[in-house]
Ligand binder design. Structure first.
Ligand code: ADP
Ligand code: MG
Length: 475
């Protein structure tokens, strides 16, 4: 007769032994790593890590992390360190792989039930994937009409845009969309660009922010390459310029834009523009440009009403793994009224707290999150603290950020630092450029706009920034 109890006891014993051994081994590894990286980074990334399995045959160690974001981060940054110390302590280990643990306490059973204790959500949620901007059109494929909510505040702008998409260059030319910050101008313009490209590959679309346009013009004049520039902007069927208000007051750029406008207009090419105010209210814009802007169609985007805000929140959580109470969504929609970017920002924070920190969000916690976000500038933080925190977070030196380094791995941290200096301290762009690598103010503007654009589209970026902000405010 087989004695199951004895077998079970033996298996249990073996499991216990594995648990003990792996715990000790992992603690030793952590002890070593702790000495080599900063404390906040250690606490953020490795404190909740575990050695979940060791495959003796392959010499493979599986390290478990609480979520996909941490998994990717640790794998990208600390792999060498981890592999090095693991091998130094246990020579049978040849390689390391990383997995996401389930939220529940992990049952440490080697190989047999390993699958049960590991979640495979990593494949489903590509949170670190950057959005891919099409180099030909400059369009970001994430902006589409599928995730664009139409309501009373934007239905006119939306309808005009649909007419343009249907008959490019025929009906409303130029189409001029204006409205306040974070109300969906960029989304509408880019979605239109994408829709036109989808309709026909033959139509050449070019999307550009006016700040990039200004840079191009200045650069071309300085380098005597104006012909190239002319070709680039005049050789398209649809030219979309975002935030055109920045062009006002820059004579050379205005003049160049005027010529481009005329060249395109005469050939019945479509021009789509956005601005934070109507043409007549752009103070330094030349009269002839103002009147050019008004010959087509001018449509505004206003503040979204409650229903629309709620609808936006609901579409945003459709693809999320976490469930968020209807009540919480309603509360966010009720509270944040004048800026969709802010609406998304709060939602992302709620998701972050729930998913990453495993905290249940109730009414009180939400209130806290909203207040924290709205009154961020209450605590007196300094530029130095922000720069230091960003450098530390990315494990780079402060001088990498503040000197003229062009290393690739510095680009994102520096843009994030620029973004935070603007967002949290409202420093001027020239000042920010000067502080971070003696760069021109247009670089700072570019960084700020890029990050603000991407932050709600790219969950990985958003998480990084939330974590940095949290460190800035909590230390
Ligand atoms: P603006 O260019 O006017 O400052 P954006 O287009 O950048 O605003 O919009 C801010 C954020 O709000 C973006 O993440 C965008 O996707 C989202 N958003 C704006 N309007 C809508 C809408 N009608 N439906 C869904 N999301 C929207
Ligand atoms: Mg915009």
């Amino acid at each position: 007769m087989i004695n199951f109890e004895t077998i079970n006891a033996a298996v249990d014993n073996k499991n216990n032994k594995f648990i003990m051994e792996s715990k000790n081994l992992w603690n030793a590894v952590l002890g070593e790593i702790e000495l080599q990286i900063s404390k906040p980074n250690f606490l953020t990334w490795l404190k909740n890590s575990e050695l979940v399995e060791k495959k003796e045959k392959e010499g493979l160690a599986l390290v478990g992390l609480p979520n996909n974001f941490a998994k990717e981060w640790v794998k990208n940054r600390y792999h060498k360190l981890i592999l090095g110390s693991l091998r130094a302590l246990d020579s049978s280990i040849k390689s390391v792989d990383y997995v996401v643990k389930t939220q529940n306490p992990v049952v440490l059973v080697p190989s047999l039930n390993a699958k049960k204790s590991l979640s495979v959500s990593s494949e489903i949620q590509p949170s670190l994937v950057e959005s891919r901007i099409d180099p030909k059109t400059n369009l970001n494929p994430r902006y589409s009409f599928k995730n664009f909510i139409v309501g009373s505040s934007n239905d006119l702008a939306y309808a005009a845009m649909q007419a343009v998409i249907k008959e490019v260059g025929v009906k409303y030319n130029p189409l001029f969309i204006y409205g306040g910050v974070g109300l969906g101008k960029t989304h509408l313009l880019q979605a239109a660009g994408n829709a036109i490209c989808e309709k026909s590959e033959k139509i050449r679309v070019l999307y550009i922010s006016s700040e990039k346009f200004i840079n191009d013009v200045v650069w071309a004049i300085r380098n005597k390459r104006t012909d190239d520039m002319k070709k680039k902007y005049r050789d398209v069927d649809v030219l979309i310029i975002d935030d055109i208000q920045f062009i006002g007051g820059k004579t050379a750029t205005e003049l160049e834009f005027f010529y481009t406008f005329n060249a395109l207009y005469e050939k019945n090419k479509q021009i789509i523009l956005s601005s934070d105010r109507p043409p007549a209210a752009i103070p330094t814009l030349e009269e002839r440009l103002k009147s050019r802007f008004q010959v087509g169609m001018v449509a505004d985007i206003g503040y979204p009403d409650y229903e629309m805000r709620l609808a936006i929140l609901k579409t945003k959580i459709q693809n999320q793994e976490t469930h968020i109470d209807e009540k919480i969504l309603e509360q966010i929609a009720a509270k944040i009224q004048k800026n969709i970017r802010e609406l998304e920002g709060i939602l992302n924070k709620v998701i972050f707290y729930q998913q990453y920190k495993n905290e249940k969000i109730d009414t009180k916690k939400l209130e806290e999150i909203i207040n924290e976000t709205i009154q961020v500038s209450a605590k007196n933080i300094t530029a130095n603290e922000i720069i230091k925190t960003v450098a530390d977070f990315f494990e780079i030196s402060q001088s990498d950020l503040t000197e003229r380094s062009r290393k690739r791995e510095i680009v994102e941290p520096r843009q994030i630092a620029m973004f935070l200096l603007r967002e949290l301290l409202k420093l001027s762009y020239p000042h920010i450029g000067e502080r971070l690598g003696k760069r021109d103010h247009t670089t700072a503007i570019h960084a700020y706009e890029k990050i603000s654009r991407e932050i709600n589209q790219n969950p990985g970026l958003n998480q990084k920034i939330l974590m940095i902000r949290e460190r800035v405010y909590k230390t």
